[in-house]
Ligand binder design. Sequence first.
Ligand code: C5P
Length: 231
Amino acid sequence: MNSVAVITIDGPSGSGKGTISRMLAQDLGWHFLDSGALYRLVALGADKHQIPLDDQAGLARFARDLDVVFTHSQSGEEPDVLLENQVVTSELRTETCGNRASQVAAIPAVRQALLDRQRAFAQPPGLVADGRDMGTAIFPDASIKIFLTASAAERAQRRYKQLKQKGFDVSLAALVGEITERDARDSQRQASPLKPATDAIVIDTSAMNITEVLAKIKHICQQRLADVSQQ
Ligand code: C5P
């Protein structure tokens, strides 16, 4: 499909893949694709333009023509995202937006409309791609495929801490419910459901911290990339 090295990191929400993928890309000096942000942007834009969630053709058109700019961050922190020239970085991160994104993401025409845009992120020297179907549908030939997972209770707990730190008033029980509902929708949909690629390395991060997960993934990458360069 393309000869640029790609590392895919897939998994459910709260598995730590966003933070880990960003840190790994920064570490390697590679490009980074936050594919979830694209679905979140479609959900947010649809809301702003009053495109109903059942207008599949309208949503797909909006996704195809998405006017987005991802700014570059020097510090490894989350960079600003501009939708139609407006900064939407914090709006994108809300639970409401995540839930709407998961509804929009179940529409095959929307997924199709975002396909080429995602593949275009694969540029030298390499790409770390974070999502649900990076290893199964978008980059099936990726050099390394990781699938991060953790129990729903642990993921809700992490999300709870994150949101509390940001000053949001959230309930842990509500978060467990939302995460379980989103997991079910993401893994049971027909179009590119959330699941590990057959050749993915699955890592359960329930009892690991970010540093440990990152070290493990880096170790896997070093081994694999060394193997590939010897072939
Ligand atoms: O990863 P994030 O929580 O930002 O993703 C938001 C939603 O977008 C997910 O719940 C999922 O439904 C959808 N998504 C997807 N495929 C991807 C990335 C995200 O379906 N590659």
